[in-house]
Design a binder for this molecule. Structure first.
Ligand code: CTP
Ligand code: MG
Length: 241
């Protein structure tokens, strides 16, 4: 299958709180995007990589040139949109001659190559949509506004059975035509509907297409908060000698 990888790296990194786009934040000794890109290149599955960068960025764009030179893989950059889904759509527009696409968060900078291969294997077996997941360790509650705000702002509505729940990661893999169609359908969403789209699989699910689950990895954590960054630094260093 002719494969492209989209790396979405256009977020602002609000919750990390460094005042720079998250993909520029240094992990170990390099920007997070470099780790993500090196991880994707190590999979050797992509003939095309499209990186979605913050609009107006010049620094990350300059870094990409170094990667492009060494590898023979076509690496392109496009500007991000105001939501993650907009960013993915901008990248989908520039893919050509591709059968399947893997959409990956730059923020999951340490995702292991095996996960990419598991996703691609399922696509090769005929899936139109595949996502990597891990079991949920915490009990998860559905919260609603409380009947007694003087006590607490929220109360429990229900408790989904934990053994049925999965935490979802990237790379998420799709037949290109399927993902394009799902994104086109979402173009007429209201702002509220658009804001509720947190991954690509949701869009494909709403088209009634089965989304298959493969095993993700604890290493694919989404670096979101300063705590996550500390943890990722520790993972990079490996176990203390
Ligand atoms: N992303 C993107 N375009 C957007 C929003 C997010 O490409 N408009 C990307 C981010 O760069 C990241 C991934 O989607 O790799 C997941 O988003 P998230 O972890 O929320 O990153 P940020 O939006 O940068 O972080 P925050 O929400 O804290 O600002
Ligand atoms: Mg965000």
């Amino acid at each position: 299958l002719r494969t492209a990888v989209i790396i979405v790296a256009a977020g602002s990194g609000e919750r990390l709180g460094q005042g720079i786009p998250k993909a520029q934040v240094i992990l170990g000794s390099e920007p997070m995007l470099n780790h993500a890109l090196r991880g994707v290149l190590a999979t050797e599955v992509a003939e095309q990589i499209c990186v979605v960068l913050p609009r107006g960025d010049t620094e990350l764009r300059a870094q990409l040139a170094g990667f492009d030179a060494g590898t023979g893989v076509r690496i392109t950059a496009v500007d991000g949109g105001s939501t993650r889904a907009d960013s993915v759509r901008n990248a989908l527009e520039v893919l050509a001659g591709i059968d399947v696409v893997l959409v990956h968060d730059a923020a999951r900078a340490l995702a292991p190559v095996e996960v990419f291969h598991r996703v691609l294997n399922a696509l090769e077996s005929g899936a139109k949509a595949v996502i990597p997941v891990i079991p949920v360790v915490d009990t998860i509650k559905v919260a609603v506004h409380s009947e007694e705000p003087g006590i607490a702002p929220e109360q429990v509505r229900s408790t989904p059975a934990r053994e049925q729940l999965r935490a979802v990661q990237t790379p998420q893999g799709f037949e290109l035509a399927t993902l394009l169609k799902a994104h086109q359908a979402s173009a007429m969403f209201t702002d509220a509907q658009a804001a509720a789209i947190t991954d690509d699989a949701m869009l494909v699910e709403s088209q009634g297409i089965p989304v298959y689950l493969v095993r993700g990895s604890e290493l694919s954590l989404k670096i979101t908060t300063p705590h996550d960054l500390l943890f990722a630094e520790a993972l990079l260093e490996g176990p203390a000698a």
